[in-house]
Design a protein around this ligand. Structure first.
Ligand code: GCV
Length: 697
């Protein structure tokens, strides 16, 4: 088709308002809200036909206010586009180019990519650009994902509960699948595609073998069919003992040929139904899950056996390094490194080792995991927790962008300047496989994530998985604009609230490197006094080690020597209290309560000040949010205001309970003028929340 002809066939199509645009402000629309007013005409021309291209066209018609110039969607390979000699090299099969070009003397916005997925991502980039106030003229957007696998991990159970889920039941209605294809599945795919997520692990890493039976494969296949045109592949978590439970074998030893054959046959069965199935995610020999160590085989033996089963189909295995054992008296923070570091270079080339951002477990603050500086011959995926198990469930406002970027920007110490992001995106050692996983915060709640602000954490994860070098603040600002509109007062206030909110949670739950001070099992609220659980590392006292003289976990050479697992300058810095950032002090050091801090306070005085600062920040967010009442739609404003009030009450509880406990241990008075805890320690210890949501079962 000549360009002249292309241009003549551009059609003007009216974009109608969605009938229920008022109801759209219940949060369901996420950051993809329809324009608020009638927009008249929008010109879109699609060159080429595929379901993905049709989706891209529909998105423009649905989500754009009238653009200043017509839009052409095209593949880079089309003669009319080729003739323009635009820079498509390096964009791969997911990158996009959105540019104002002239066709037949008319200015148009070209949205193009080497594949239709690139066109779809370009479409969402254009929608974002315009929705965040970008000019409709002289557009020039060009981007390719730096990370190849950008994957959500759903900890969703087959009974439709969600482990560590705070947004209602699982969105997968396993019972009615594969027959009923809830339109919500399409909306889920659309939201993910809009932020670049290209994979989803459907079921909990604490997996049931049943997810690999034929009926459940058919259910997963129905979801895969819905997600495919949106560029999203499905993966499954698998239980390592499935050959015994489903196949009737006597062993799941990965070195046993019958076991390997069982997995190969199972993989073949899955690929017959889901030809583009992504592969397996495995939690092995951790928290009671079976694994290769049960048979004296290594994690590499287990991973490679599964990798062989999916290899011919182009599948991959994501093998988790979140491994610790009750039989191992070693510091829990050291165990994953001890187990995995010797296996560097021993994994098959379609295996990624999936490493949590820190060495314990998604705490409000942890130093980066030492494995990121220790396994150059293995592609390492990073795993973040988007759902807020340790940061206030759904009700607390805690924007995780700064938590994610703090880890990604950390220097591994292995090579000058090398960051965790360089390792994760594969650049550091030129790995072609790379990945980022986020434990999803999505459920059946109308607003998907339990609160409007939790949506920002899903959004930030996707944007950073596409480009780990983005700034948390730029992402917050873009999210605020897409979610609430472009009023500068709203955008500035919301961005300011978000940017300090994670630090506030650190402050009111335990600053200066404290970790894992939560109540048992559900992890809701404070429990720094807990000391009676079967496994030492399940008890908060294991982590803080407070006594009358000091507090903190000595992880230097005089203690567990976890610092020795870090590379070069990182190890050196963490080895001494004076060179450790104060925000991580008690993670690495046991220090006296009267240690002098940089600001001149004693450690005790500083810890108290952090608690107060955290509580005050929440009160500040309430005031800021009150100031936006007239500018935000009623439903989203009210729910957020109510949740901030809950957060205020719970932040005070965290502070008061913690101070009551620390004072019982250190026998120190509160600094002058500091408000004493509202209740005594026994009162806090007596609080029980057995039905708190999200518990494992
Ligand atoms: C899925 C923590 C959570 C568990 C979770 C585990 C994991 O321990 O509390 O619910 O299990 O991490 O990441 O495997």
């Amino acid at each position: 088709m000549t360009s002249a002809r292309i241009w003549r066939t551009v059609i003007a199509i009216p974009l109608f308002l969605s009938a229920n645009s008022a109801a759209a402000e219940d949060g369901y629309a996420l950051w993809l809200r329809h324009p608020a007013t009638s927009v008249g005409q929008i010109n879109v021309k699609r060159l080429g036909d595929s379901e993905t291209m049709r989706i891209a066209e529909a998105e423009l018609r649905r989500d754009l206010a009238a653009p200043t110039q017509p839009i052409v969607l095209a593949l880079a390979t089309m003669p009319a586009v080729k003739a323009m000699r635009l820079p498509f090299e390096g964009l791969g099969d997911e990158g996009y180019l959105v540019r104002t070009v002239a066709i037949d003397g008319q200015r148009v916005t070209l949205v193009a990519g080497n594949s239709d997925r690139g066109v779809l991502y370009g479409t969402f980039a254009l929608i974002r650009h315009l929705a965040t106030g970008g000019s409709g003229d002289a557009i020039d957007l060009r981007s390719a994902p730096k990370v190849r696998l950008r994957v959500l991990n759903h900890w969703d159970n087959l009974d439709e509960s969600v482990e560590r889920g705070y947004a209602g039941q699982s969105i997968w209605d396993w019972w009615t699948l594969p027959d009923f294809r809830d339109p919500r599945y399409t909306d889920y795919a659309r939201a993910n595609a809009s932020i670049g997520i290209n994979g989803t692990v459907l079921n909990n890493v604490n997996a049931k073998a049943e997810s690999l039976t034929a009926p459940y494969i058919a259910k997963a296949a129905a979801l895969a069919d819905i997600f495919r045109p949106w560029g999203i592949r499905v993966y499954l978590s698998v239980k390592f003992s499935a050959p015994i439970e489903l196949g009737g074998l006597k062993t799941a030893d990965p070195r046993d040929p019958a076991v390997a054959a069982w997995w190969k046959a199972k993989a073949d069965e899955i690929y017959r139904t889901i030809p583009d199935f992504g592969g397996f995610l495995v939690k092995a020999n951790s928290e009671g899950q079976p694994g290769p160590r049960d048979y004296g085989a290594s994690h590499a033996d287990g991973a490679n056996m599964l990798a062989a089963a999916v290899r011919d189909h182009g599948g991959i295995v994501m093998w988790r390094a979140f491994v610790y054992a009750e039989t191992d008296p070693e510091d829990r923070a050291k165990q994953a490194y001890t187990e995995f570091k010797p296996l560097d270079g021993k994994f098959a080339d379609n295996v990624l080792v999936q490493v949590k951002n820190g060495a314990i477990d998604f705490q409000p603050r942890e130093p980066f995991h030492p494995l990121f500086g220790a396994m150059p011959r293995t592609p390492l995926m990073i795993e973040f927790q988007i759902t807020k198990e340790y940061l206030g469930f759904a009700t607390h406002l805690a924007y995780l962008g700064p938590l994610f970027t703090e880890t990604l920007d950390a220097k591994t110490g292995r090579k000058p300047g090398e960051t965790v992001a360089d390792v994760v995106d594969g650049q550091a050692e030129h790995h072609s496989l790379s990945g980022m996983a986020g434990v999803a915060n999505i459920g059946r709640d109308r607003d998907w994530s339990g609160s409007t602000f939790n949506q920002a954490n899903w959004y930030a994860f996707g944007r950073l998985a596409w480009d780990p070098d983005l700034s948390a603040e730029a992402i917050a600002r873009a999210w605020a604009k897409q979610t609430f509109g472009n009023d500068p007062q709203v955008v500035d206030t919301v961005t300011t609230m978000m940017m300090g909110s994670r630090e506030a949670v650190v402050d009111y739950t335990g600053a200066l490197g404290l970790a894992h001070l939560v109540a048992t099992s559900h992890h809701y609220g404070p429990g720094p006094w807990v000391a009676d659980l079967a496994r030492p590392e399940w008890n908060p006292v294991y982590y803080h080690r407070a006594d009358a003289t000091g507090i903190g976990f000595d992880r230097t050479a005089t203690g567990s020597n976890a610092v020795s697992q870090y590379a070069g300058p990182a190890a050196k810095a963490f080895a001494k209290a004076d060179t450790t950032p104060e925000s991580l002090l008690l993670w690495f050091h046991h220090v006296p309560w009267n240690r002098r801090m940089a600001n001149g306070r004693t450690l005790w005085g500083d810890l108290v000040a952090h608690y107060d600062q955290g509580v005050a920040y929440v009160a500040g967010m309430q005031r800021q949010w009150d100031g936006l009442k007239s500018k935000i739609d009623e439903e989203r404003w009210q729910k957020t205001a109510t949740y901030l009030a809950i957060q205020n009450r719970e932040a005070r509880c965290w502070r008061d309970a913690s101070l009551a406990y620390w004072m019982a241990v250190n026998h120190l008075p509160l600094p002058a003028g500091v408000r004493p805890p509202e209740h005594d320690l026994p009162w806090y210890k007596a609080q029980q929340f057995p039905l708190a949501p999200g518990q494992a079962h």
